[in-house]
Design a protein around this ligand. Structure first.
Ligand code: ZN
Length: 129
């Protein structure tokens, strides 16, 4: 009968294809064989599942980021194929200008020359070559 506290039964491989029995103390018995904590087959299965889940979560985050970047770059290229970077750098200004103009229009007013110039400046920033 095998009990806890016996030597772990896992084989450890060293350099130059040497191997030896793990020197750690067994803490569990699985299918009649003693194993230390890190060679416990159930621990290994659990650890692999955790690593897989972590990998999949990271892959999902990377994939979502990649999709966002691709969408943003393609949208910028559509507006200014020669200089999508200019579009990316002008988005904040265009957003602000559009909000201001829509706010003025919503009050049935006409935008001032300054507000129109602000919007034109944002657009020309996006259109620059
Ligand atoms: Zn071991």
């Amino acid at each position: 009968m095998i009990t806890k506290g016996e030597q772990c039964s896992e084989t450890v491989w060293g350099e130059r294809v040497q191997s030896w029995q793990c020197q750690k103390r067994a803490v569990v018995v699985r299918d009649g064989k003693p194993y230390c904590k890190i060679h416990d087959p159930e621990y290994i299965v659990r650890k692999n599942a955790e690593r897989q889940a972590e990998y999949e979560a990271k892959t999902e985050v990377r994939s979502a980021r990649w999709k966002l970047e691709l969408t943003a770059v393609n949208a910028c290229k559509k507006i200014n194929p020669d200089n999508p970077q200019a579009v990316a750098e002008s988005i904040g200004d265009m957003y602000e200008a559009l909000k201001v103009l829509l706010g003025i229009v919503a009050h049935n007013a006409l935008p001032s020359e300054a507000k129109i110039r602000q919007a034109e400046k944002a657009l020309s920033k996006a259109d620059r070559k």
